[in-house]
Write a protein that binds this ligand. Structure first.
Ligand code: ZN
Ligand code: ZN
Ligand code: FE
Length: 764
């Protein structure tokens, strides 16, 4: 009996190269007795198959429903065609044309198969720290250019041994065309260095590093996207030394534990958090600390959470392998001084970490692009990113529509840049705080790399309105040099647009944008930060904001919550009475100088910053008077909030202004009555939620708008976020929050690009 043979052509677009897609198709075709071919094209993968009707349909539905785990299918099209009489199924090679591009996959944490090989004594890659396959391993951090082939990666100098080559050439092998594939014979190797001397190689190097860690030493470990500083997280002396050397007094350190069981010894882990820890990105997940955990408290001072991740490379697994007397959790903080970008080159690391590390665990696989660890937490069962970097970048964000090629340079703190092409936005990995030359250089190198990798030549440049941001100056100069149109975007409008793009918002329908953060230059020259906007990609109106207060000393105020508290009291007409904690915290001379500064408005721009109000309240009730990292006062205030408390105070809302004076007055009187800090903190947060919902309702009545978008660093406050969402939804609002990009300034570049696209299209 013969079945009728049919033909089908299939086009797949998305992240389908470098993720084991063609071997998957090959296996699937063979399984369904199909003939034909598969090949990479400039925009994805093309397939033609011949076979029985049932076989072809089953083949198509598996691609649609069960693609390989690392693939991301953005578009799947098919069309029947005449059968072509193929006798077998083959993987064809392809030559991309100049200018063509395909998305480059991000770095992927070690897969279960490779992990099995790593710890299997009979495997030829037993205990080899660089084992990887088509389903896992380095990608973005080692790719110099496209097409993604070994000669264009930092693996170019490692010639494959015959065994590796045979695997690489076999379409049925898990390592078919796995560009970074290697083994102990032919691949990169480890060594251990102390005071410039190589003291051990390979396994011995690993063991020396483990002994040093066990002895409380601080080791610089070269990883996937850069260096970590590692030490025993359960050793108080090691922690104290690390804090001292890194000049980082309170900012939390990230941890790494060998497996889920180890994480669960120290933290509460719910199912959504478990999934996130084990996801292919292996991000740092912020978890609730378990009482009784042996992790030293100074890992994350004044907080009840810990940022922790699982080992994402074979090297990390070997480093953390459980053994008697070996710590089950290590600090793995980025290898840099505070404020500087993470070190990623050996020489640079030796220069910059000489004072930080007692020894180095190094290897000879170069890192081409530095990539920091990503940070996220679970909110409402979903990942809510705080830093989008390793494992996520450079996965493109799919835009609601095609846009011109745009370069968006972002803002200043926690910066990222964004390049667009067609309906893709390539949002960069985390660049950092653009406050020094090192970071600016990293930013410029990143842009050049992305332009080359994705074949993008920007036609439009967009940046923040703030003239002093390094990113703005860079944009101005570039637009000038290349004679390109420049679009300067208001910071809080960019937040709104980023949140819309993050939610794939397609229409011109305006929404209520609550852009709440620490700082952003407004069109009136004031420092904005509590903006109730009504707008879309094309424009916005500013409807409500906190009433202005002076920001004494400008940006310095962020380090001095006590001064911010007094500025708020001064504006509210509340006396600086001696019993109040921020008054106590500042000496007489400092207060006098501050009063003069406020009265005469010396170097004190007006601000409607929401972040600074949180700082002020934190200081006012005695939580924190001086901050050593951005947002510290607000973070510690949130950490205290008692979730059982339902009381609140009323803001004064008139004339499109939200005045916190009555709330401050009420806080002081409750504080004087001895009401506990957790209750005071919760009442302040609840007041904020109530005010937000009230103002949204007024806007809804006047403007008939029912959707609210939440963006800005203040929305990293989980208590505020969860409660606001709940109450808004209960009041019938649709709430848009961030999912793919962070709510902080890591999203600004995306918003700028969307706004610039709209502006350019409508003016041309
Ligand atoms: Zn693997
Ligand atoms: Zn080999
Ligand atoms: Fe912002």
């Amino acid at each position: 009996m013969t079945t009728k043979i049919v033909g089908l052509k299939i086009w797949v677009r998305g992240i389908v190269q470098g993720v084991g897609f063609r071997p998957f198709i090959y296996g699937l075709a063979v399984q369904h007795h199909l003939t034909g071919w598969v090949r990479n094209t400039s925009s994805g993968v093309e397939i033609e198959v011949n076979g029985s009707q049932a076989g072809v349909l089953a083949f198509l539905s598996v691609i649609h429903d069960n693609p390989p785990p690392l693939a991301r299918i953005d578009e799947l099209r098919s069309q029947s065609c005449e059968p072509d009489g193929y006798t077998a199924f083959e993987i064809q090679s392809s030559q991309p044309k100049p200018g063509d591009f395909i998305p480059v996959p991000p770095d992927i944490s070690i897969c279960p198969d490779c992990q099995k090989e790593l710890f299997s004594p009979v495997d030829r890659r037993y205990r080899y720290p660089f084992v990887n396959c088509t389903n896992c391993g380095p990608r973005f951090s080692i790719i110099k250019d496209i097409p993604y082939d070994r000669p264009l990666t930092t693996m170019a100098d490692f010639k494959m041994c015959p065994d590796c080559q045979a695997e690489y050439d076999d379409p049925r092998n898990r390592r078919f065309h796995a560009q970074p594939t290697a083994c102990p014979i032919c691949g990169p190797q480890l060594w251990y260095e102390e005071n410039g001397k190589r003291l051990g190689e390979r396994e011995e190097a690993l063991q020396l590093a483990r002994l040093a860690l066990q002895a409380g030493k601080i080791i610089a470990v070269k990883g996937l996207g850069g260096f970590h500083l590692a030490c025993d997280a359960t050793n108080p002396a090691a922690l104290e030394e690390l804090r001292k050397r890194k000049k980082r007094s309170d900012k939390p350190f990230a941890l790494m534990a060998f497996d889920l069981a180890a994480v669960e010894r120290h933290c509460q882990v719910n199912p959504a958090e478990k999934e996130l820890l084990l996801s292919r990105q292996h991000p740092i997940v912020i978890l609730e600390r378990k009482p009784g955990s042996m992790v030293v408290v100074t890992v994350a001072p004044y907080q009840h959470t810990i940022g922790i991740m699982l080992p994402y490379t074979p090297l990390h697994l070997l480093l953390l392998e459980p053994a008697p007397d070996f710590p089950d959790v290590l600090v793995m903080t980025s290898g840099n001084l505070s404020e500087e970008p993470i070190a990623f080159e050996d020489e640079d690391a030796r220069n910059r970490m000489g004072e930080l590390a007692d020894a180095y665990l190094l290897h000879d696989r170069p890192i081409h692009m530095r990539v920091d660890d990503s940070v996220t937490r679970v909110v409402d069962q979903h990942s809510y990113l705080i830093r989008r970097s390793r494992g996520y970048a450079p996965d493109p964000i799919q835009l609601p529509n095609a846009v011109p090629s745009i370069l968006a340079t972002g803002a200043e703190l926690k910066n990222t840049f964004c390049l667009t092409r067609d309906d893709y936005a390539f949002l960069s990995h985390h660049i950092g705080d653009m406050e020094n030359y090192e970071t600016l250089r990293s930013f410029e190198e990143g842009i050049t790399h992305f332009e080359r990798l994705f074949r993008i030549q920007p036609e439009v440049i967009t940046c923040d309105m703030h003239p002093d941001y390094l990113a703005t100056r860079y944009a101005l100069q570039l637009a000038n040099e290349k004679d390109l149109p420049l679009v300067q975007v208001q910071h809080h409008h960019a937040h709104l647009a980023a949140c819309l793009a993050d939610n794939h918002w397609k229409t011109d329908e305006p929404v209520i944008g609550l852009s709440f953060d620490g700082t952003g230059l407004g069109t009136d020259g004031a420092v904005w930060g509590s903006e109730f906007l009504l707008g879309n990609y094309a424009g916005y109106r500013r409807l409500y904001h906190l009433s202005y207060v002076p920001l004494p000393g400008g940006d310095i105020a962020t380090r001095k919550p006590a001064r911010m508290a007094l500025a708020h009291l001064w504006q509210a007409g509340i006396d600086w009475e001696a019993d109040l904690p921020p008054v106590e915290a500042l000496c007489y001379e400092e207060r006098t100088a501050l009063r003069t500064q406020l009265t005469h408005r010396l170097n004190s721009p007006s601000t409607s910053s929401m972040g600074r109000l949180f700082d002020a309240v934190s200081a006012l009730i005695g939580v924190r008077q001086a901050a050593t990292y951005e947002g510290q006062a607000a973070i510690e205030l949130e950490a205290l909030a008692d979730p059982q408390e339902s009381g609140s105070y009323a803001f004064d809302v008139t004339d499109r202004l939200v005045n916190p004076a009555p709330v401050l007055q009420a806080l002081i009187s409750d504080w004087r009555q001895g009401i506990s800090l957790p209750v005071l903190s919760a009442r302040f947060h609840n007041s904020m939620v109530q005010m937000i919902v009230d103002v949204c309702k007024i806007i809804q009545q006047h403007e008939g708008v029912n959707t609210v978008a939440l963006s800005g660093g203040v929305w990293q406050n989980r208590y505020l976020l969860e409660n606001t969402c709940q109450v808004l939804q209960r009041s019938g609002f649709e709430v848009l929050t961030h999912h793919q990009v962070p709510a902080n300034d890591g999203c600004i570049a995306l918003g700028q690009a969307m706004i610039a696209a709209k502006t350019t299209i409508s003016t041309h």
